[in-house]
Design a protein around this ligand. Structure first.
Ligand code: GLA
Length: 395
């Protein structure tokens, strides 16, 4: 907790003590093991929270101001709780403002606060640094203001902040896992009911290795929103052609696709096929993991990547290269891109005995072929957002 003491020291140098409640909080990034782009189709996802996180320290103020300092980029922002509109400069502040706006719109009463935060989640790498910033802001503001916001509601408010304030029509997965992650487990989330099932992911023989392609997810927002529109188009088609009620692609089966799909124009047909097969893969992978059948799980990861690459078209040459290189290595049971795509990271299901060898070899080969030095992280599943208790003593 020495680190936390240091952070409190910086906090105290930055802000005069208001004498009001203070606290320290954290929220993690995530990788998604399988179930990509299914969340906004009311389908299934299987993410886990990772060891990279954002730590936020805050203290209430007696007025309506929020003053924030980002320790990583050494930038600060100041805004009033009564004047929350997205800003063009200092865009990072929009994540905090958006969350605060949604909390207030939901009817909660907030007081101003002084805040500092520090992140070790790489940005634009598809590891949900923005969801973690939203979630840690929501937790900080709700705890300091003594609000009781249910975890799923908190995730929803953060998702709405990203939809309304940042302009990305994302689903709920990233915010959900950052709030509700559990140590040692992935969460199988049903994105229609918003209920989850814990999936233990702690076999000592296997590890998830994350390879950061270092290709930033350029243009992701517009392409992401475009995929959402394509899914909506496919849903409307099936709602018109099937007798039963279809409210999302979650309701469409492979048989429906075989029967009517050819009437769908390309690429809508392929977008729908990805979502339908990906939902099936998540459900199948639950059985594989319950049986400790990591070989079967790895195969599903491989199929997921192919579908994202060919049908959903959200991969990129560097991610494909990382996956191909990995699958040629011994001890790798599966590899796929994770997150929205268009850059970012792959995840690799690795036999522990091959861990070090794999990290060395993939770095070398990727550097040689792509001319980029990747970053590699190994993470076990961790807990979701929480208060860092020791923080209160050190304030
Ligand atoms: C981004 C979004 C999520 C999800 C993934 C793709 O991370 O924020 O809601 O749609 O892409 O699975």
């Amino acid at each position: 907790m020495q680190d936390l003491n240091k952070l409190w020291k910086i906090f105290n140098e930055k802000f005069a003590d208001t004498g009001l409640i203070k606290g320290a909080f954290s929220a993690p990034g995530r990788v998604n093991l399988i179930g990509e782009h299914t969340d906004y189709n009311e389908g299934f996802v299987l993410p886990m929270a990772i060891e990279k996180k954002i730590i936020m320290l805050g203290q209430l103020r007696n007025d309506r101001l929020v003053q924030v300092f980002d320790l990583g980029y050494k930038v600060e922002a100041k805004f009033s709780l009564d004047d929350l509109t997205p800003i063009k400069k200092d865009k990072w502040a929009n994540y905090l403002m958006g969350v605060i706006d949604e909390i207030q719109k939901a009817g909660y009463i907030l007081q101003g606060a002084n805040i500092i935060f520090r992140s070790d989640i790489p940005q634009k790498a598809g590891l949900s640094s923005s969801a973690a910033l939203e979630v840690v802001t929501a937790l900080t503001m709700s705890e300091l203001n003594s609000l009781k916001i249910e975890p799923v509601k908190m995730a929803r408010l953060c998702q709405q902040a990203e939809n309304n304030f940042v302009g990305v029509a994302c689903g709920i997965m990233d915010q959900y896992i950052s709030v509700l992650g559990k140590k040692g487990c992935a969460l199988m989330i049903d994105c229609r009911s918003n209920k989850y099932e814990l999936v233990p992911f702690t076999d000592k023989n296997y590890k998830i290795v994350i390879c950061n392609s270092k290709v930033e997810r350029g243009l992701v927002d517009s392409k992401y929103n475009q995929r959402r529109k394509e899914c909506k188009q496919a849903t409307e088609f099936f709602a018109d052609h099937l007798e039963r009620k279809i409210s999302a692609l979650r309701d469409v089966t492979i048989n429906d696709l075989d029967r009517f799909g050819t009437k769908l124009p390309d690429p809508i047909f392929r977008r729908a096929r990805h979502i339908i097969t990906e939902n099936n893969r998540v459900l199948t992978s639950m059985g594989a993991l319950k049986n400790n059948d990591f070989a079967a799980f790895g195969q599903l990861m491989v199929e997921s990547h192919q579908s994202l690459r060919d049908d959903y078209e959200v991969s990129c040459p560097e991610l494909d290269l990382l996956v191909d290189l990995a699958l040629n290595e011994e001890g790798i049971l599966g590899a796929r891109m994770t997150g929205a795509g268009f850059g970012g990271c792959t995840i690799n299901l690795t036999k522990k005995a091959y861990l070090e060898h794999f990290i060395e070899v993939i770095s070398e080969k990727y550097k040689k072929k792509a001319g980029i030095i990747p970053e590699i992280y190994v993470s076990s599943p961790t807990a979701g957002a929480k208060m860092i208790k020791e923080g209160n003593k050190n304030g």
